[in-house]
Design a protein. Structure first.
Length: 253
């Protein structure tokens, strides 16, 4: 099964296929949000809204472990995540889709692992599934590669922070990409993000940031985003041949 974790602006995907079921799953970390199951291009697709209905959970309060665990429990082996991000580069404009190949994690307060009672050091040399990234990149007009900087939020960044992220090589900044990507790898699932640029980052933007501009761009890009995901799902190979499958091999003491 293929999983979609919808971020800001993506709370349902009713237009994408025929809904066949909805579920809330119990996990050791709490209940999952509502999960809708669809049939699309002959494949089963499970959709959840990361922030839950009405965007009730801000980025630092999302139960990332329950969300990813529920996907695994359902039988999902590949996750496409959508994230709204600010751009750290003038050439990458609001409305662009970036498919990150790496990340820098500046989150502080989140449960970042499933393995609290065993020692597991997961390898993230290739932090986003290269096979899944390739499929997405060949499915529409996107920017192939970029470094996703994840902040704790929920506030936006200071000019000094943005300057630092640029110096570190960051491409986009968001609040929800981590620990989701790592949790998926810990459960040997493929994971890639479609990061939609909703604004220039603070101090690159000519004006102060508002959440209204973020929602405005996400609304305007929603149709293209759903089309991109639809094409990517139709292009996905039946079998996975990437390294995500054996992520726990050699990771555990
Ligand atoms: N910073 C952090 N998260 C974001 C931004 C931003 O500029 N835009 C959308 N999510």
């Amino acid at each position: 099964m293929i999983g979609i974790i919808g971020g800001t602006g993506v709370y349902e995907i009713v237009t994408m296929g025929d809904e066949i079921d909805t579920k809330v799953l119990k996990t050791p970390y709490g209940n999952s949000p509502k999960i809708s199951i669809f049939k699309l291009h002959g494949k089963k697709v499970a959709f959840m809204s990361r922030h839950s209905k009405g965007h009730s959970k801000p980025p630092h309060m999302v139960n990332y472990r329950a969300n990813v665990y529920a996907m695994k429990k359902l039988g999902v082996d590949r996750i496409i995540a959508t994230n709204a991000v600010g751009s750290l580069e003038r050439e990458i404009e609001p409305g662009d889709f970036v498919i990150p190949h790496d990340f820098i994690d500046f989150t502080k307060l989140r449960n970042g692992t499933f393995y609290d009672d065993r020692t597991v050091h997961i390898d993230v040399t290739d932090p986003y599934c290269s096979e899944l990234r390739k499929t997405i990149c060949s499915s529409g007009k996107v920017i192939d590669g970029g470094i996703y900087v994840c902040t704790e939020g929920p506030r936006f960044e200071t000019p000094a922070e943005i300057q630092m992220f640029r110096m570190l090589g960051g491409t986009v900044v968001g609040m929800t990409g981590l620990p989701e990507a790592v949790l998926a790898r810990e459960l040997e699932m493929c994971y890639a993000s479609i990061s939609t640029v909703s604004n220039y980052a603070a101090s690159i933007s000519p004006s102060n940031l508002t959440i209204d501009e973020v929602f405005d761009i996400m609304d305007r890009k929603k149709h293209d985003l759903l089309t991109l995901m639809d094409t990517a799902i139709s292009n996905m190979a039946e079998e996975r041949t990437c390294h995500c499958i054996g992520a726990l091999k050699g990771a555990e003491i």
